[in-house]
Design a binder for this molecule. Sequence first.
Ligand SMILES: CC(C)(COP(=O)(O)OP(=O)(O)OC[C@H]1O[C@@H](n2cnc3c(N)ncnc32)[C@H](O)[C@@H]1OP(=O)(O)O)[C@@H](O)C(=O)NCCC(=O)NCCS
Length: 187
Amino acid sequence: MSKAHTCAFRKLRSGERSLYRDHLHALSPTDRHLRFHGFTSDETIDQHVARMDPRRTQIIGAFVDGRLHGAAEIVFASLTDRSSAELAVSVEDPYQRAGVGGGLTRRALRVAQNRGARFVWMYCLPENEPMRRIASSLHGQLKLADATIDARLQLAPATLRSRLQEQLEDGLGTMRLLSQVALARVA
Ligand SMILES: CC(C)(COP(=O)(O)OP(=O)(O)OC[C@H]1O[C@@H](n2cnc3c(N)ncnc32)[C@H](O)[C@@H]1OP(=O)(O)O)[C@@H](O)C(=O)NCCC(=O)NCCS
């Protein structure tokens, strides 16, 4: 298992959709169920990724040894309304319980904050203890609605500091990823 501090976190580029699709395919059936709230075939995942609108969607990736093993997907309410967004997080089984999901969520909230969102919704099934813990640790308001836990996370307005943090984290993630790829080549 890898620790979050050895992960490279950075936003995915528009040409990297296939990395995200492959990561979602790699989720176990249970994790797919928790992520999409029901049985999810490979075809459904392909359609989900193909339909993503890059103008409303940002994906933050978590890379280990140069490969994507975790991601946070932020979708803003609409093309013109960025005051709220929905967030979904996924980490492949061998990389769970090492802080990667929490790290992705914190970075995703900053990305949403810096684009004007004032709150972010996360939806999870009641049995999803890790996601409930992540939402609670970020002071989310959790409520049960239609057999789903709705977590509402309030965001402060963007600041120069929050924008700089995002840029620095992305830069650091890019450098870490490059070194992971270089090390994987010589290994
Ligand atoms: C939810 C998910 C992203 C968490 O990823 P992760 O990398 O394991 O998360 P972290 O390591 O940051 O752990 C978050 C918290 O959950 C706890 N946790 C992790 N796995 C757990 C488990 N199986 N049972 C109980 N608690 C667990 C951790 O101890 C941590 O709690 P703490 O902050 O109080 O110490 C991951 O389990 C996953 O991908 N699940 C399937 C998809 C999904 O459910 N997505 C959420 C719905 S959108």
